[in-house]
Ligand binder design. Structure first.
Ligand code: 6PG
Length: 251
């Protein structure tokens, strides 16, 4: 088994053999964090990630190891980001989580808070900010604090939908941004750094050798800074669930 280390200030590294183990280990963490939050506050707030990597985590959570143990009914389910597409669209992050997890666990639908990718982007972002404030019962300028916030890492070092050179990187007050991404020639909806860095637990799920250069950069690669480098929970944990293929360039 390969070994690897990351600088202490970058958080905790959980090195996994393969993408399946990334999913299972992250699922185990969610289970423990959800239990702790329910003991503390009677509920847990989670922001689910998009992209393909979390699918194995969702499948593990919907499987026999976790399905009947996680206090699903006490959860409030949000997203870290979304594509500007309707929920039934194959690229919908909500759609992925619905198919792989939410349709298979015992939760009431009003606890599912999806970003409305089908709406005009600015309107969708404003609506979601209101939804966050309502569900967390947090008035501006206070920032909602997720118990668990899932993120992925793009080949270019983007995370959520905070892409290199995009306007939402500089957002310091709004909780949700409609972010125009030039390389996609499209808008994305994304939680902003103030929300991400207010979370109790931020989990990165990173698998595949294509991610090795970006992960190396995040861990102090010395190249041009990338958006994932600015994820630093103020008063929370940062955990990297990484498979060996993605960790090939780590020390
Ligand atoms: C999205 C994501 C994005 C994703 C990375 C990694 O909507 O695309 O939230 O930030 O996490 O692009 O994507 P993969 O997991 O597919 O490699």
């Amino acid at each position: 088994m390969k070994t690897a280390t990351i600088p202490q200030e970058k958080g905790e590294l959980v090195l996994c053999e393969n993408p399946g183990q990334v999913g299972r280990r992250a699922a185990g963490f969610l289970f423990e964090a959800a239990e702790a939050a329910v003991r503390r506050a009677g509920t847990f707030f989670v922001a689910l990630s998009g992209g393909s990597t979390p699918e194995l985590m969702y499948q593990a959570l919907a499987g026999p190891e976790f399905r009947d143990r996680v206090p699903w009914a006490a959860g409030e389910y949000f997203w870290s980001d979304e594509r500007c597409v309707p929920p039934e669209h194959p690229e919908s992050n909500y759609g992925l989580a619905e198919r792989a997890l939410l349709s298979k666990i015992p939760i009431s639908r009003e606890r599912i808070h999806r970003m409305r990718g089908e709406l005009e982007p600015e309107r969708a972002a404003a609506d979601y900010e209101q939804e966050l404030r309502r569900a967390f019962a947090v008035a501006a300028p206070a920032v909602p604090r997720f118990d668990l916030l899932l993120l992925g890492l793009g080949d270019d070092g983007h995370t959520a939908s905070l892409f290199p050179g995009s306007p939402a990187l500089d957002e310091a007050t709004r909780l949700v941004a409609a972010n125009y991404v030039e390389k996609l020639d499209a808008h994305r909806l994304t939680l902003t750094y103030p929300v991400i860095n207010a979370a109790r637990n931020v989990l990165f799920l990173v698998s595949g050798e294509k991610k090795a250069p970006a992960l190396r950069q995040v861990m102090g690669g010395g190249g041009a800074p990338v958006p994932a480098e600015r994820v630093h929970p103020k008063d929370g944990k940062l955990i990297w669930f990484v498979d060996e293929a993605a960790a090939t360039r780590l020390d």
